[in-house]
Design a protein around this ligand. Structure first.
Ligand code: 3JN
Length: 331
């Protein structure tokens, strides 16, 4: 089998490190790994398959001779360097929002729309973490019953804001004083209904991303989606309370069985033994965990569920590496 030359831009960030870890865990046929970062982080080393690999400075020329580049260094870096990588015949898998809504760029969650991987023009976008876990849980219900409307409330890990998000929570817990280094308010013992910037309609950009990315990935502009995104003092993953109005009648046991059989989904749903998904259970796992599955009797064909996933893994690194895997295997 051919071996692939893979660059990781933003290799020293939380997601970049996780990408390298998942490339190793999943044993992708990597002949050369090239970790790239800003001048500040270049020169450090990253361990990969028992070797220490030096982090190089991220420049346009660095992409020469690479086959695939995984980007997780923020939207500005993606906008500047992804086209440079593409010019050098590299396929970019971009974890930022820079190209997600571009009509020429596929936005891929393999469990939902893997075939779109092959329709790229050099760039494939990795969705927002909150969107990924939502669509993995929605897709099997969509296929069987159709979906009219989705109401989602998120409870998002501080790690969604990167190292500095986790650092603010840890510092506040240690020093018993508010820090405001990553979030506009104290996060310890708090819940902040504000993720990313506010938009003209008073929703946040994170909420806007969930709405628009979900429609694009599900390839259905008619699904009504509304979201409220909240940061909570948690490390292991994002949680979502999801209310879905299906188009067809359903039997709750059939619906639960369909979720249990779905790729990438683990159902934990045993209220009698206090078993349901939680971030501390999802941490370091690749699946999307679904529980608290129950009928919503207040709307026609309504169902409620609770969806949890490790935002750094399936919400970012694992999904990107799965896309690389589809590209490499050609199916
Ligand atoms: O805050 C979270 O939990 C997820 C954050 C995602 C994020 C943070 C900064 C910039 C994104 C993203 O993936 O949408 C971006 C961005 O690329 O816009």
């Amino acid at each position: 089998m051919k071996s692939w030359k893979i660059a990781v831009a933003g290799a020293t960030g939380l997601v970049g490190r996780k990408m390298i870890q998942v490339l190793e865990e999943r044993n992708l046929p990597v002949g050369k790994l090239l970790p790239l970062a800003s001048e500040r982080s270049a020169g450090t080393t990253i361990s990969f398959k028992g070797e220490q690999i030096k982090v190089e400075i991220l420049t346009a020329a660095a992409f020469k001779g690479m086959d695939i580049a995984l980007f997780s260094a923020g939207g500005a870096v993606s906008k500047g360097f992804a086209p440079e990588a593409v010019k050098r015949k590299v396929v970019v898998i971009d974890n930022s929002s820079a190209f997600r809504m571009d009509k020429k760029v596929p936005l891929v969650v393999p469990e939902v729309n893997r075939k779109k991987v092959f329709r790229h023009n050099g760039i494939i976008a990795n969705p927002n973490c909150s969107t990924i876990q939502l669509v993995v849980a929605l897709k099997p219900l969509y296929d069987k019953y159709g979906i009219k409307r989705v109401v989602v409330s998120t409870y998002q890990s501080v790690t969604g804001a990167g190292k500095k998000g986790a650092a603010q929570l840890e510092a506040e817990l240690k020093n018993h004083t508010p820090e405001m280094t990553a979030f506009p308010h104290q996060i310890a013992f708090n819940a902040i209904p504000h993720i990313d910037v506010f938009m003209d309609d008073d929703s946040t950009k994170e909420e806007w991303k969930i709405v628009n990315e979900t429609k694009k990935i599900m390839n259905d502009e008619d699904i009504e989606v509304t979201a409220t995104c909240v940061r909570i003092p948690v490390l292991g993953g994002h949680s979502e309370a999801v209310n879905v109005q299906l188009r067809k009648k359903f039997d709750i046991e059939d619906l639960r069985a369909i979720l249990k059989e779905s790729d990438g989904v683990t159902v934990i749903d045993d209220p009698a033994s206090n078993r349901y998904p939680m971030p501390i259970l999802a941490e370091d796992k690749d699946d999307v965990f679904v529980g608290r599955i129950r009928r919503d009797p207040t709307i026609e064909n309504g169902v409620n569920m609770w969806v949890v996933s490790d935002n750094l893994r399936k919400g970012a690194a694992t999904n990107a590496v799965q896309i690389a895997d589809v590209l490499i295997r050609g199916k």
